[in-house]
Design a protein around this ligand. Structure first.
Ligand code: ARG
Length: 600
């Protein structure tokens, strides 16, 4: 049997040497030491450390209450949770991370970080780069299965969501030193290819030389062939024959199939390129040769049974079983997904396999994840690795609150959306007189960065499970929680630094950050974003990072309105704080797949 690793023992290797972990982790470590001393009889107590919401501290340890439950009734020196809290505070090891410590309520231990430590941490980041603030995760290799459109069918807004959300998750994991296999699980296998191939043979006898050009619009081609399939029984017969030939490996049919795939691939690629998303295609067809063996294994385990002519896996508590071989003997979505999971676990040795699709597919994922647990591929305990996660998301709605469609109720083409976002941004920039200030190329690039960034951010800022309304007016607003507002905020910081006339690289080497003013301290503490990235990764919620970024720009605004930067006695320190804010903002943009703009 397979041995599963616990969360704790899984590798935390290959860390940048200067990376000390998140602030929360560092504080937790101190409390862990204290807990061992305070309650020696319970050597595996986990420190419960969270960020404070009130004014009494920066971080708090919440162990006292549960410790009391453990020692109560035994012979103990403690009189209640507060006295345990006090002991936990007293037993904290000497550390430059703790300025002061206090007990509140029923034993919460509040810790205040020294301004000096916060300042030093920021300076170290400026010196060594933002990489040292990457969270340390317990996973070393993950698969992110995202985008995954279907060949010859339209790539719709649902696929746009999957592409944007999946890319961000991959970026966050990559930043956290996880090796990510970015997988495009395209639908490139199935009975529709019989009809597409036959139709191509009929319409374009010269397909081998000119097929790709001749077909042109693949979606129209798909529709036309489907019409013929439904209307013409002779054609239908031929198409069904074609599927058999294709799946049997007939060379001519394989070639025709790959010609059709290539056309789709080119279209998908255009979208990915514009969005700056990289993906490696391993479509459904890739796993096809592995299916029989995987199903044989499951059959030998007694998991697959016969039911009404089909072969199925019975999942307790579900009304219908998971069909893995259809009654006509063909494989389906589930057989492919089970096999792909087997491959990812055994051949690719992934510890975390993440699937990004709309919530409509939830049942499918639930069922085959359960099947994988029954087979012993995955541990039943979800705190153990390897594990699978379904990152589901809601619908994109139009102004009418119905499924997003064009006026003629067609599916919205992604390229058209991106074009419009860019066009609108460009018009706005021209209106602001930027075409006089900037080169044509700059105008083009900035319009693209702002436009595409706005589309992505509007999607990512919502909790992904909810539906969201697509509105250019809203997402391109330069006020409120939009990418445009954030781009402006970032560009403004860059301009403060530029206008100071100081060489910021020089200041990084020679200057010192001092957090004197309360707003400086608040900003400085907020800059420590590793634990936010960690949370966004572990819960697979990009909106957590968006919320952080928006708050960061608000903290900066407060700092900037309270603290004079250029020309003040604190100029050097404050310019460094500006720079650190810009660096963290840019890293957030990067993780969200947004290209930052330096001047607006
Ligand atoms: N092609 C599918 C669709 O368009 C998404 C595939 C998601 N990935 C997977 N392994 N099932 O709905």
């Amino acid at each position: 049997t397979r041995r599963f690793s616990t969360i704790k023992s899984a590798s935390v290797s290959s860390m940048a040497e200067d990376n000390d972990g998140t602030v929360k982790q560092q504080i937790a470590k101190l409390f862990e030491t204290s807990l061992r001393i305070t309650i020696p009889d319970e050597p595996s107590l986990e420190p419960l450390v969270v960020k404070c919401t009130g004014k009494f501290g920066d971080y708090q340890c919440n162990n006292a209450m549960s410790c009391w439950a453990k020692v109560k009734g035994k012979k103990t020196e403690f009189k209640g949770p507060p006295s345990i809290g006090q002991a936990i505070a007293n037993n904290l090891p000497e550390s430059e991370m703790i300025e002061s410590c206090s007990i509140a309520g029923p034993g919460f231990v509040n810790v205040v970080l020294p301004n000096k430590w916060i300042a030093k941490s920021i300076q170290k980041m400026l010196e060594k780069g933002i990489g040292i603030w990457a969270p340390r995760l317990r996973v070393s290799r993950a698969v992110v299965d995202f985008s995954s459109p279907n060949i010859a069918k339209e790539m719709h807004v649902g696929h746009l969501r999957s592409t944007i959300i999946g890319d961000t998750i991959a970026r966050m994991l990559e930043y956290s030193n996880v090796e990510v296999l970015r997988r495009n699980h395209v639908g490139d296998w199935g009975t529709q290819f019989g009809m597409l191939i036959e139709y191509m043979f009929e319409k374009f006898p010269d397909w081998e030389n000119a097929g790709e050009q001749a077909i042109g619009d693949l979606q129209a081609f798909y529709k036309a062939s489907k019409l013929k399939f439904d209307a013409d029984p002779v054609f239908k017969e031929k198409a069904q024959q074609a599927v058999v030939l294709l799946q049997g490996g007939n060379e001519k049919y394989r070639k025709a199939w790959s010609t059709i795939c290539e056309i789709s691939r080119r279209e998908f690629h255009q979208v990915y390129e514009r969005l700056g998303v990289s993906l490696e295609e391993k479509g459904e067809s890739f796993y096809n040769p592995y299916i029989p063996k995987v199903l044989e294994g499951l059959t030998n385990q007694g998991l697959i049974v016969e039911s009404e002519g089909a072969r199925v896996i019975v999942i307790e508590g579900k009304q219908i079983p998971l069909i893995v071989v259809k009654s006509d003997g063909g494989y389906n979505y589930a057989s492919t997904d089970l096999t792909a999971l087997w491959y990812r676990l055994n051949e690719e040795k992934a510890e975390w396999i993440i699937y990004v699709t709309d919530v409509g597919q939830k049942l499918h994922f639930d069922m085959f994840f359960t099947a994988a647990k029954l087979a012993g591929w995955l541990p039943a305990d979800e705190n153990l690795y390897p594990k699978t996660s379904h990152v589901d998301f809601g619908l994109v709605l139009g102004d009418d609150k119905k499924r997003f469609r064009t006026r003629s109720s067609e599916v919205v083409r992604l390229v058209d959306l991106l074009d419009e976002a860019k066009t609108r941004c460009k018009a706005e920039l021209v209106e602001r007189g930027k075409s006089l200030e900037w080169t044509a190329e700059e105008l083009e690039q900035n319009a693209e960065a702002i436009g595409y960034g706005a589309v992505k951010y509007a999607d990512l800022k919502n909790n992904r499970s909810t539906n969201y309304t697509f509105s250019f007016d809203q997402m391109l607003n330069d006020k409120g929680n939009t990418a445009v507002y954030l781009q402006y905020a970032h560009a403004r910081i860059c301009s403060i630094i530029r206008k100071s006339g100081k060489d910021i690289e020089e200041l990084k080497k020679t200057g010192t950050i001092v957090l004197g003013h309360a707003e400086e301290r608040t900003l400085g503490l907020h800059l420590q974003f590793a634990e936010v990235v960690e949370e966004a990764c572990m819960n697979l919620l990009p909106n957590v990072l968006c919320e952080y970024l928006y708050n960061l720009s608000e903290h900066f605004t407060r700092f900037y309105s309270e603290c004079k930067v250029v020309g003040s006695p604190e100029e050097t320190s404050r310019l460094l704080l500006c720079e650190a804010t810009a660096v963290v903002m840019r890293q957030c943009f990067h993780l969200l797949g947004i290209v930052p703009v330096y001047k607006i």
